[in-house]
Design a protein around this ligand. Structure first.
Ligand code: F0G
Length: 528
């Protein structure tokens, strides 16, 4: 390779430089359990306790021996990883196993059909595309029915079995035609005029404020953070963001955005109009626990408000379990504990066992459109390697009567108890501990007014979480990060292998960080 090229940094140099300002641009050379290893100047491995946990993809830790053994076995056996357009019994087994668990946790019995993908954002987009296909087909079916109704109305008036009453014109807010003019055609034209706009309106999406659903062209429009979304506004769909738990606001949106389609029907010797809800809402996306938005659990009340909106509008609900799912909160679905039923579920991250890129979109039978299988695909999705690894992950979760779920919940409680202890010890520094299971956040109070110049400046520029993460790394060999849209919140998503000793190490480290912030002592920051 040309040495000039080798010396030039071309793989996201700006991001690396930014991480470098907080001392976070270190290279890790090996991972095992909750530990990542970097190399010291002497070439020796330095262990770092990893609470970032691949942002949630490492429920079983780095290099889990059983997952690695399964991967080796698959490669040694020469498993054909890419055999598109053939029978994929392993994908079917994976879909069946996911269904069995979803049914157990939600109490539903109808099937959810599975579409596999490669990343969280891609599976979100598959769900959105499916919801849009379903909406367009429902709309088409309705418009066809309306066209047939118009034809029947014409025939009934022509053969004298029905008349067009004046009340129809009043209802359509239009004048009856002059004598001698065709009343039927006048009514049908007014009906067509009424239906034209709701019948061709672009779909509307709803999502929660603070939500994160990915950064691809479609999914970024459903992600709340304007910094990610706004530059790409012109590429995307229309989304209304709502704060959680605002049933009143959702009612307003249902009224404001909802629309009806009118169908001419022949009844009791006259033409009447039947009203149908126009399918203008495509999907409502939400996370049961917002991850990137600052580890914010959805409340029961918030879940109920979404359910009511679905009942009122027919808008399907996409439950994004990309980060919260796969056992992290003690169940496959974090939403099950809220009693929230998804028309769609999206799972990713730990589904790939920390080594495969795998995600899945599950769609409830009641809205499933089989033709979706012919219009959506990816070269890499549903490959045998990631399906087999995902099956291994489910086997590990389900083994021993579900002890992994119980362990995730129990370890999460132990970690949360420690975070709460630190919060209580530093009331002027710590604002809140949030989350469930092994998905926890520790929020610092705003330090923008800190007389400590370094801390104050870092808070004002949204860098404080990164600065504190840099100190945790260099002073305590602990890795974590703030969530990108809530820079005052550090997130903790370790694997279920988490030990009491590891919790103790974090307690010591976090206590040091809180004392440093309380003492306004940026001179104690260790940055390399
Ligand atoms: N949905 C949720 C809830 C997520 O947390 C993420 C990613 C995605 C979708 C997109 O998945 O990265 O595989 O395309 N969250 C990461 C985070 C990036 O910072 O929490 P992806």
């Amino acid at each position: 390779m040309n040495s000039d090229y080798a010396a030039t940094e071309l793989a996201e140099p700006n991001l690396r430089a930014l991480l470098g300002t907080a001392g976070l641009d270190v290279e890790y050379v090996r991972g095992e359990g909750n530990t990542l290893f970097r190399l010291g100047a002497d070439g020796q491995e330095i262990p770092v306790l990893d609470f970032a946990g691949g942002y949630g993809s490492l429920l079983f830790g780095h290099s889990h021996p059983e997952i690695i053994a399964r991967a080796r076995q698959l490669l040694d056996e020469g498993t054909p990883v890419h055999a598109q357009f053939s029978s994929h019994p392993y994908a079917n087994r994976l879909a069946a196993e996911l269904n069995r668990i979803v049914h157990r946790e939600t109490g539903t019995t109808e099937p959810y059909y599975a579409t596999f993908a490669n990343s969280g954002a891609e599976a979100i987009e598959a769900a959105v595309k499916h919801a849009e296909l379903d909406r367009v087909l429902r709309l088409g079916e309705l418009l066809e029915r309306i066209a047939a109704g118009a034809e029947r109305a014409r025939e009934a008036v022509a053969d004298g079995s029905a008349v067009v009453p004046d009340s129809l014109f009043t209802r359509l807010r239009t004048e009856p035609p002059a004598a001698g003019q065709d009343r039927t055609e006048a009514v049908l034209a007014a009906v067509a005029a009424h239906n034209a706009e709701p019948g061709s309106r672009p779909p509307l999406f709803l999502a929660l404020e603070g939500g994160f659903h990915g950064k691809l062209m479609g999914s970024v429009q459903l992600t709340h953070n304007p910094g990610y979304r706004e530059p790409f506004d012109a590429l995307g769909v229309r989304t209304r963001f709502v704060p959680e738990g605002r049933a009143d606001l959702l009612k307003e949106i249902a009224a404001e955005e909802g629309a009806t389609l009118l169908e001419p029907v022949v009844e009791d010797g006259e033409i009447r109009l039947a009203e149908h809800r126009a399918p203008v809402f495509c999907a409502f996306l939400l996370e049961p626990i917002q991850g990137e938005g600052g580890i914010r659990p959805l409340t029961q009340e918030g879940a109920r408000a979404v359910d009511e909106f679905r009942a009122a509008t027919g808008c399907p609900v996409v439950v994004d379990e990309v980060q919260s799912g796969m056992g992290r909160t003690g169940a496959l679905l974090a939403s099950a504990a809220l009693g929230l039923r998804g028309d769609y579920y999206v799972l990713a991250k730990s589904l790939g066992g920390g080594i495969a890129k795998a995600s899945v979109m599950l769609v409830h039978e009641s809205c499933y459109r089989p033709q979706f299988e012919l219009v959506h695909s990816s070269t890499f999705a549903k490959d045998s390697f990631s399906c087999h690894i995902a099956l291994k992950v489910l086997e590990l979760l389900e083994a021993d009567g579900g002890s992994a779920y119980r362990r995730a919940a129990e370890r999460g409680e132990a970690l949360k108890a420690m975070l709460d202890r630190v919060r209580l010890a530093f009331p002027t520094v710590a604002a809140e501990v949030r989350g469930r299971g092994l998905m926890l956040g520790f929020e610092f109070r705003d330090q923008s007014d800190s007389p400590d110049q370094v801390l104050g400046e870092a808070a004002r520029t949204g860098m404080i979480g990164y600065v504190l993460a840099g100190h945790l790394l260099h002073a305590h060999r602990i890795r974590t990060f703030p969530t990108a849209s809530a820079p005052h919140t550090l997130r903790f998503e370790p694997s279920l292998l988490l030990t009491d000793e590891e919790i103790g190490r974090l307690e010591t480290a976090l206590t040091d960080v809180c004392a440093l912030v309380r003492d306004r002592a940026s001179d104690r920051l260790v940055t390399s």
